[in-house]
Design a protein around this ligand. Sequence first.
Ligand SMILES: Nc1ncnc2c1ncn2[C@@H]1O[C@H](COP(=O)(O)OP(=O)(O)OP(=O)(O)O)[C@@H](O)[C@H]1O
Ligand SMILES: O=P(O)(O)OC[C@H]1O[C@H](OP(=O)(O)OP(=O)(O)O)[C@H](O)[C@@H]1O
Length: 235
Amino acid sequence: MLKLGVPSKGRLMEQCFDWFGARGVKLRRTGSDREYAGAVEGVDGLQLVLLSAGEIPRELAAGRIHLGVTGSDLVQEKLADWPSQVVELAPMGFGHADLIIAVPACWPDVDTLDDLDAAAAAFRREHGFRLRIATKYHRLVRDFLTRHGVADYQLVDSQGATEGTVKNLTAEAVADITSTGETLRANHLKILSDGLVHQSQATLYAAREADWTGGRRATLARLASRLGVSAGDLV
Ligand SMILES: Nc1ncnc2c1ncn2[C@@H]1O[C@H](COP(=O)(O)OP(=O)(O)OP(=O)(O)O)[C@@H](O)[C@H]1O
Ligand SMILES: O=P(O)(O)OC[C@H]1O[C@H](OP(=O)(O)OP(=O)(O)O)[C@H](O)[C@@H]1O
């Protein structure tokens, strides 16, 4: 069997089911509302596994699932050198969200990354410690800021309600996902004009390290053709 991991709940799960359904592969949950079990109709040899969106990158990297749907932000954050571990088969056109850097709206002189770099240097001189950026996206944010020459900062971990850290005085800036922008506005934060770190969307991935023997490549080829996507260099 080829194992396909998809998000186990919410809009990501529903839109994922719709995406496959529109291409003739019917995914559905089975059992009670709370039972994480699923079934596939329309393709032989495919098994549905319902997982937390955040755990799908790790399951792909370990080869415990052959295919997985999750946000590209989560794959690129959680997997070092992600192209060496997974193959991106198809961006799916939903689950759009932007990972951005935002600062207090009341900082009149900080609108760009260069401004942030200058503000960070001044902050360190004045306070004796580095300006704090709260995020759960450590890898993506660190790589982005390094590429753009911002140095004098520290990342502080925030696994949720990240926009609240500025008001709570545990950070001076944030790097988080936004879609409507409402959470940022409600917390008096503004996005830096060049502060877009990553544009995320739900994406179908295949695991390089999964067991592709025993006819599984042929199943992947059949599925890819049914879905109208490339199987990358796996087939
Ligand atoms: N406000 C939002 N609008 C659109 N997409 C979002 C939003 N917040 C998060 N996402 C996206 O949804 C995906 C899943 O996010 P998250 O890690 O919060 O999972 P979750 O829904 O909390 O599930 P789980 O806790 O089971 O992992 C991510 O790829 C993220 O980019
Ligand atoms: O731009 P908006 O439409 O306002 O959406 C942005 C919010 O959505 C996400 O939070 P989520 O609800 O997933 O909870 P979290 O705080 O646990 O990350 C994200 O972390 C933002 O806080």
